[in-house]
Write a protein that binds this ligand. Structure first.
Ligand SMILES: [Zn+2]
Length: 488
């Protein structure tokens, strides 16, 4: 993600309104959990226990669920833009990590119609943004099990107090779905935490408009089939590589499609809203250029396709690195395109294990912008570092508010320290170990944790083993110390 700094360095998540709304839901859920435990049938039989209602993330305790790991989401959606009505079937294939008498899915604002687990009708109770699913039979540890949920309703836009929005958002010609940190629960039930990555098949049926033209549907991964059924069109997109649910995406609307390829033959799919076409004339050429440039520095491109979506969504105050095709609500600046494409390596392929590790995603994506600017012959990375340190760079406001690897709770993980000071840590590291070791560290990082999750401790350990240096003081000062570090 990158907030639009030109409109101020506000964080859309910094306002406590929505976040404080989660706390009562969690409290209520705990009460429900207690009463359900006592109703397990039989004695002495293996009945398992309920999975937890969150994965225990320090910054977002209610997100995700315990007791299972999703392998695949099969999402079949019917969407009518005129009425903003969504009807969905989610087939969730998961592996249990304990005996489960019950487990939770995160879903916000939609009506659940039916739920089955392993083909048998399951009991469902909904509490806040949590679905409590009690299968007919205990799911055994390590069992791969299928949950099918049918649901419908008007999908929600989640908003915070200063107008920032995520979730399902209506546009002037359709809709878009953005999920950082929690918006994906507004359009499909799941385990909505970055630590649980899965592959996806997303099939969306939309009607034709009044002129008989079909709406376009763009999603992550590759377009597998497109079927004209007369009054409707169905498009099937597949994401073959694991994806954190905050990166799952669907855009419905009118788009001009540009297809091409990178030097390494990675297919490029760029979708541009006609209202943004004039200002986005260079995007279709820049995407492969940036992906090739980044591949030389960060290691091979991690996914089977790349691209971008430039929509027309005035008022969206950020861009998002939705997997394989980052999303922009307006024509992007070149460095913003670099930032979101760099996330395909840092954040999307190597995903933070917890939200507090987000500096590994945002700090490295921001540093990619610095490298790009240096490569274009503008400021050197050292000059940019100095401009951030002195506060003269336009994006340096607020970067000393807290240490980047220890963000306060309440959604401030999207605040400037995680980006600006996060990139400064990366520059300090590069200066300490030299260019050769530095880029070796980045390429090793993306290779070792490709399509997985990783954390700050692992990054520090890699930097020390590659460089043979004790980097404790550097990381302590720049990542964890509350004070503004001295220049040295
Ligand atoms: Zn970002």
């Amino acid at each position: 993600m990158k907030p639009h700094m030109a409109k101020g360095s506000r964080s859309r998540s910094a306002v406590p309104g929505r976040l404080s709304g989660w706390a009562p839901a969690t409290a209520l859920l705990l009460a429900v959990t207690t009463s359900c435990t006592g109703s397990a049938p039989g004695s002495g039989a293996v009945v398992g226990k309920p999975g937890t209602a969150g994965v225990g993330d320090r910054l977002f305790p209610a997100l995700g669920n315990g007791g299972y790991d999703v392998v695949h989401y099969g999402l079949t959606l019917d969407y009518v833009p005129e009425t903003n009505h969504l009807k969905g079937t989610a087939v969730i294939t998961a592996r249990a990590t304990e005996d489960l008498s019950r487990f939770n899915l995160d879903l916000s604002g939609l009506r659940v119609r039916t739920t089955t687990v392993q083909g048998a009708r399951a009991k469902v109770a909904c509490s806040g943004d949590e679905m409590l699913v009690t299968p007919a039979k205990t799911v055994r540890n390590r069992e791969v099990f299928k949950t099918v949920v049918t649901y419908d309703g008007t999908p929600r836009t989640l908003k915070d107090g200063d107008g920032g929005m995520e979730g399902w958002i209506e546009t002037d010609d359709g809709s878009t779905a953005l999920g950082q940190p929690s918006g994906s629960m507004t359009w499909f039930p799941g385990n909505h935490h970055p630590s649980d990555k899965a592959t996806y098949d997303t099939t969306v049926t939309v009607p034709k408009d009044e002129d008989g033209d079909p709406y376009d549907v763009i999603s992550n991964g590759e377009l597998i089939t497109e079927e004209d059924k007369g009054r409707t069109v169905t498009r099937h997109w597949r994401t073959e590589e694991p994806m954190a649910s905050y990166l799952a995406h669907v855009s419905v609307g009118c788009f001009e499609i540009h297809q091409g390829g990178t030097d390494d033959d990675v297919p490029v799919y760029v979708a541009i809203d006609p209202d943004e076409a004039e200002d986005s004339a260079d995007v279709a050429d820049l995407v492969p250029e940036i992906v090739d440039w980044a591949g030389k520095r960060f290691g091979p491109y991690p996914f089977s396709s790349t691209g971008a979506i430039v929509d027309h969504l005035p008022g969206l105050d950020y861009a998002l690195e939705t997997q394989t095709k980052p999303y922009f609500g307006e024509a992007p600046e070149e460095t913003l395109l670099v930032h979101e494409l760099a996330h395909q390596w840092f954040g999307n392929s190597v995903t933070p294990r917890e939200w507090k590790d987000m500096w590994l995603s945002e700090g490295l994506a921001t540093y990619a912008e610095w490298l790009w600017e240096e490569g274009r012959g503008n400021r050197s990375t050292t000059e940019i570092f100095e401009d951030f340190y002195d506060g003269t760079d336009a994006e340096s406001g607020g970067i000393w508010a807290f240490p980047p690897a220890d963000p306060p709770s309440g959604g401030r993980v999207f605040d400037p320290p995680v980006y600006g000071r996060g990139a400064m840590v990366v520059h300090k590291l590069r200066r300490a170990v030299g260019d050769e070791t530095f880029f070796d560290i980045l390429r090793t990082w993306t290779r070792q944790h490709r399509h997985g999750n990783a954390d700050t401790r692992q990054f520090i350990a890699l930097c020390e083993s590659k460089s043979g240096k004790d980097l404790t003081a550097l990381f302590h000062t720049w990542l964890f110390d509350k004070k503004k570090p001295s220049r040295m």
